[in-house]
Design a protein around this ligand. Structure first.
Ligand SMILES: NC(=O)c1ccc[n+]([C@@H]2O[C@H](COP(=O)([O-])OP(=O)(O)OC[C@H]3O[C@@H](n4cnc5c(N)ncnc54)[C@H](O)[C@@H]3O)[C@@H](O)[C@H]2O)c1
Length: 253
């Protein structure tokens, strides 16, 4: 799909990978709607790229319905949806203070998996209302998984389970939407230099980068965004989860 002029919705767009994606899609000429819960930063990024900022909790059905409807009203039916909203708190299943709080587990699944599904269902329905292009294509969804879906570390049970869910829904969604010409792909990033990781101590960051085969540095949001752009532009890429991880295979801790 040619990105120029296409309505795009990016979640988690106030920071990190979502922000990088919103910027890259806008640079390619997309009409970008930015969703996030972090209002101040959202307004700032949207103003810089001429996008439409909408405060939205992706876990909330009504919030997301209103946001997709508002984006549709302003830019037309969604053609590109990129789900980057996510959280990554760490906790052992049985820690020093006993079993993990069940609501803490639930919250991670709620944001990373149910939030992604919530946006997938609404944007795909909106995409189905578009006129198809010459290839029969109406839209593209890119979800954000993590390599933790495949080799989750100790303390990542909730996060790995949520991202495993994101990987798992890629193929059934792509199969279901084949009829309407909507593609669904996922990216499983390794270690990227976003507030999620840059908030950790320098010691932890150094220890993390030392585990990367090559290149031995955090990925940049624009490198993640470059793969999103490719997934949107390459029409035969469908139903796939691609690792973007400097050949990293995470160890138990
Ligand atoms: N940074 C990495 O190394 C890395 C690696 C693998 C996967 N990921 C995944 O990439 C995605 C983006 O992460 P990032 O590194 O850019 O993190 P980040 O913290 O910089 O950005 C995440 C954004 O999501 C927003 N958000 C959180 N909960 C939300 C909700 N309920 N509704 C709407 N917005 C919400 C936050 O406000 C924030 O702006 C996440 O899904 C994360 O799990 C990141």
């Amino acid at each position: 799909m040619n990105i120029d002029g296409m309505p795009a919705i990016v979640t988690g767009a106030a920071s990190g990978l979502g922000e990088g994606t919103a910027r890259a899609l806008a640079a390619k000429g997309a009409k970008v709607t930015l969703l996030d819960m972090n209002g101040d930063r959202l307004e700032q990024v949207a103003a810089e790229i001429g996008g439409l900022p909408i405060l939205c909790d992706v876990t909330d059905a009504t919030d997301a319905e209103v946001a997709v409807a508002k984006a549709h009203e302003t830019h037309g039916a969604c053609a590109i949806a990129v789900n980057c909203a996510g959280i990554a708190p760490a906790a052992k299943i049985v820690g020093r203070d006993g079993p993990m709080d069940l609501d803490a587990f639930r919250r991670v699944i709620e944001v990373n998996l149910i939030g992604t599904f919530n946006m997938l269902r609404l944007t795909a329905a909106d995409m189905a209302t578009r006129e198809p292009n010459e290839d029969g294509e109406r839209g593209v969804v890119v979800n954000t998984a993590s390599i933790a879906a495949f080799e989750g570390q100790i303390g990542q049970a909730a996060y790995a389970a949520s991202k495993g869910g994101v990987v798992g829904l890629t193929l059934p969604a792509a199969r279901e939407f084949a009829r309407t010409g909507v593609r669904v792909n996922a990216i499983a990033p390794g270690l990227f230099g976003t507030p999620m990781l840059l908030g950790m101590s320098q010691e932890v960051q150094d220890s993390l980068t030392s585990t990367l085969p090559f290149p031995q540095r955090f990925g940049k949001p624009e490198e993640y965004a470059a793969l999103v752009v490719h997934m949107v532009e390459n029409t035969v890429m469908n139903g796939e989860c691609v690792r973007l991880d400097s050949a990293l295979r995470m160890q138990p801790r």
